[in-house]
Design a binder for this molecule. Structure first.
Ligand code: BGC
Length: 840
């Protein structure tokens, strides 16, 4: 047999390509998550098409907001969990050489393995040369998309070229509903069968195929979620094509439909050196989709009408190119320790995954912002407070998507109001974890894999989640000026959250101050006071500084919002929401009288009584354990508790320095009677920098943001860790279970707003854009666009200049300030300002 080399495609521009060489079983889960392809409606992990799922491979497709609830009996309790359901797999394709040897890891040897993601066009590629046990060498190239152009369609093309043989190949192409949720090892003791696969069938459809119109046999599967009763209709079409795109003769075509599974088996004679492409196009609809009669029927019709995969891939790529015109962030760095192209790619990878999770298609769905993307089963696809880090980028690029995410919250206001009522409060109390219907989805127990013990999970008392929603509502309003958003649900969200905190806070007549008890801040390592503490016996914690200061901000913001409305609209909103005239008076008072715990030297105290906790032996634990990110688990396994120590999982008090620049924070605190200023700000930051273990990827991001201004010399290192946290799987295994969307979107926002100091600020009746660039000698060039009140503005920053390029329809009355100085902009006219001050 003579050997021929295959001209396999190669990864392209490294600044636009996430590329892997070779196969590394221990990395496969990570690669699958990072090369997942989606469109804001559904996401498919980047698994190899012939793998069915085991501890190395986990092919899975998830529907945005596709949840189902199951009960498990654990530790003598009924535990109820709502999970993001792993859908029947559309992407499976098995190849048998000579009809016998399946291509798989056990029997096939592989070389020249390349696995890459083309970020510019949204295509997953895999190429390799496989040698089967009989020495047959075959070149394979896979290209896969989940269409950003037609959100119900996905497609793959697998091209096989026999390099040293001619003979028979059998291709197995199916839809498989025999799947359970098994992506997260820690959850494996929990119930996991969510799908009732009901209807597997083949069908004939009239299509305009590669050789002209004709009848084609296709496969279909309709399954139902066991509790949510969501019906999922899928259909697929498999064709064999020659290099010229014509139909390739098929020796035999068999179809097998059994319970929950349906497949086509195509037998084909292959000739040495001649490529054959297997093209699979799949459609997915659910009973929640609009403009359909029935999901099974919609899927069958869509797949019959779908264009060839090559055309789908092209239209998908063109849609991505258009998205990039709005969303790209150019980030050129100069750092001998990193490859500049990798850093640029990393920023784009984050934008890419953000837009695959929440795209213009999501704007029409009833979905929230999932902490781990729709990329895996970690945290069950739930929605936490992570939108605080995610919506800023969307609001300044795709405000229709961020409005839709807030509408997800607004639709769940009745549940949030009921939750507040049940807890004895007014207003709306949003759950810490949210899924389908807005009830509290937090787990009540979680497994510590280190000790093997199931322990109570009290993280649900993080009432600050509602504050994150309020911050986003206020920011959305400021950046868009969208009065319809305000009238339809923005005001309602903001006011009902304000009312909740107004009713949660307790007034102490002795001090004339307002306290908030029974809460937790973002630091999940403290859920109560330890034995022997002055405040032991209280439920959860009192007066978390982040919560209290943000509540004071909210009280002021809600009052200002109402006061700033023209009288008729104010009356209308007050009437509709039944706001009693004395309510805004109480808000105004709370804006000045919330308790803010402060330690010696004016350092903000994470919560009341934090100062009395023990110092932690950081060095000792680092020496003993190496990786001490998850100190909660380490200490619990030792029979100890993180509650006893001055240590934090993630930024908590420092969240205030993340949300507010120092002068604004100082102003806010001064209004509360707390003297603050640059020195107290710096001391507060130093205190917590030294006492945080970064058990959440959000922590690196917040610290990097804060350090950019407080510790410019060390900030770059923290920034690099934050940016690479998913790429390098900094938590050692978590990314495989789902990307960290907060850290991803937050680092892009950090590059964009953190380095340029971009803020949307209100001054009296006008809202303007403020820039306060941080000069960093490692950042050679930063360029992006933002959309402010419907108009685009180009921003380009170098170590010594800032150039602003307004679009042709820019409103010249928009206040624009750079470093506090006014910089009026005319439509379409770029302006450059020299930056002074030595870069860090
Ligand atoms: C963090 C939370 C975050 C959640 C989801 C947790 O580990 O502590 O702040 O909301 O992950 O990303």
């Amino acid at each position: 047999m003579t050997e021929r080399t295959a001209a396999l495609p190669h990864p392209g521009d490294p600044a636009w390509t996430l590329a892997y060489e070779g196969f590394a079983p221990e990395q496969q889960g990570l690669r699958e998550a990072l090369t997942a392809i989606g469109n804001g409606y559904m996401v498919s992990r980047g698994a190899l098409p012939w793998e069915r799922g085991d501890d190395t491979h986990y092919p899975a497709t998830y529907l945005a907001g596709g949840y189902n609830r199951l009960i498990t009996r654990i530790a003598e309790r009924d535990i109820v969990n709502e999970d993001l359901v792993r859908l029947p797999d559309w992407s499976g394709l098995m190849v048998h050489f000579d009809g016998e040897n399946p291509i798989d890891l056990a029997d096939t040897t592989w070389r020249e393995v390349r696995h890459w993601l083309d970020l510019r066009h949204g295509v997953l590629h895999l190429s390799l040369i496989a040698t089967d046990p009989s020495g047959r060498e075959t070149a394979l190239h896979l290209a896969r998309v989940v269409s950003m152009d037609q959100p119900h369609l996905a497609a793959l093309e697998l091209t096989l070229t026999p390099l040293n043989w001619s003979g028979r190949v059998v291709i197995d192409s199916g839809l498989n509903g025999h799947l359970i949720n098994a992506g997260v090892k820690r959850y494996r003791q929990l119930s996991s069968t969510h799908l009732e696969a009901t209807d597997a069938a083949t069908f004939q459809a009239h299509t305009d195929g590669p050789d002209g119109p004709g009848e084609e046999e296709m496969i279909a599967l309709v399954s139902t979620f066991s509790q949510a009763r969501l019906r999922v209709g899928q259909a697929a079409r498999t064709r064999l094509l020659t290099a010229e795109g014509r139909s390739h003769p098929v020796e035999r075509r068999d179809a097998l439909a059994e319970d929950g599974r349906v497949r086509h088996t195509l037998t084909v004679q292959m000739t040495h050196g001649e490529p054959v492409t297997v093209e699979k196009v799949a459609a997915l609809y659910t009973s929640r989709d609009t403009a359909i009669s029935e999901p099974g029927l919609a899927a069958r019709e869509a797949v019959a009408e779908a264009p060839p995969a090559s055309a789908l891939v092209a239209a998908h790529g063109a849609t991505w190119e258009r998205l990039w015109q709005q969303a790209d962030v150019v980030f050129e760095v100069d750092d001998p320790e990193v490859d500049p192209a990798t850093v640029q790619m990393n920023v784009r990878l984050h934008i890419f995954h953000l837009l695959q999770t929440l795209s213009p298609h999501s704007a029409d769905l009833d979905v929230g912002v999932p902490a781990r993307g729709w990329h895996g089963e970690a945290y069950r696809g739930h929605v936490f407070w992570d939108e605080l880090f995610i919506l800023p980028f969307l609001t300044l690029h795709f405000p229709e998507i961020s409005a839709a995410m807030l509408r997800y919250r607004a639709r769940r206001l009745p549940k949030a109001r009921a939750a507040a009522r049940a807890a004895g409060h007014g207003g709306a109390m949003f759950p810490w974890q949210s899924g389908s219907d807005g009830r509290e989805e937090s787990q009540v127990m979680h497994l510590n894999p280190r000790s093997g013990r199931w322990i109570p999970d009290n993280t649900w008392v993080q009432r600050h989640v509602s504050l994150a929603i309020a911050v986003n509502v206020a920011n959305h309003l400021a950046a868009t000026g969208d009065q319809g958003f305000l009238d339809n649900f923005g005001a309602e969200l903001l006011i009902d959250i304000t009312r909740f905190f107004a009713s949660l806070a307790e007034h102490d007549p002795a001090t004339d101050r307002y306290s908030i008890h029974q809460v937790m801040g973002p630091d999940e390592y403290h859920d109560g006071y330890p034995e022997g503490h002055r405040l032991a016996g209280r439920t959860a914690l009192s007066n978390n500084a982040y919560t209290n200061v943000l509540v004071a901000w909210l009280m002021g913001t809600a009052g200002d919002l109402l006061a700033g409305l023209e009288a008729a609209r104010r009356d209308q909103i007050m009437g509709r929401l039944g706001i009693a005239p004395e309510e805004p008076d109480r808000w105004a008072e709370m804006a000045k009288k919330m308790v803010v715990p402060v330690m010696d030297d004016g350092v903000l105290e994470q919560f009341e009584g934090y100062a009395e906790l023990k110092e932690f032996d950081w060095e000792g634990y680092r020496a003993r354990y190496g990786d001490i990110q998850r100190l909660d688990r380490i200490l619990e396994a030792e029979g100890d508790s993180a509650n006893r120590y001055k240590l934090s999982k993630q930024a908590d008090a420092l969240m205030l320095c993340y949300l507010f620049p120092e002068p604004e924070l100082s102003h806010l605190l001064e209004r509360l009677g707390v003297p603050f200023g640059p020195e107290a700000w710096q001391r507060t930051i130093n205190t917590y920098l030294a006492r945080t273990s970064h058990g959440s990827t959000l922590s690196y991001l917040v610290h990097a943001w804060v350090m950019a201004r407080s510790h410019p010399e060390d900030a770059w290192g923290m920034f690099k860790t934050a940016l690479a946290s998913d790429l390098t799987d900094v938590q050692g295994g978590t990314t495989a279970e789902g990307i960290h969307l907060g850290a991803m979107a937050g680092t892009v926002d950090l590059v964009m707003r953190g380095f340029s100091g971009l803020a949307v600020r209100r001054a009296g009746d006008t809202v303007g854009l403020h820039f306060d660039p941080v000069a960093n000698r490692r950042v050679r060039r930063l360029a992006f666009r933002v959309r402010f009140r419907g108009h685009w503005l180009g921003v380009e920053q170098t170590p010594d200049s800032l150039t602003l390029t307004p679009g042709p329809d820019w409103d010249p009355r928009t206040p624009v300030l750079v470093g506090g100085r006014s910089m009026p902009l005319g439509p379409g006219r770029p302006e450059t300002i020299r930056l002074t001050g030595a870069p860090a």
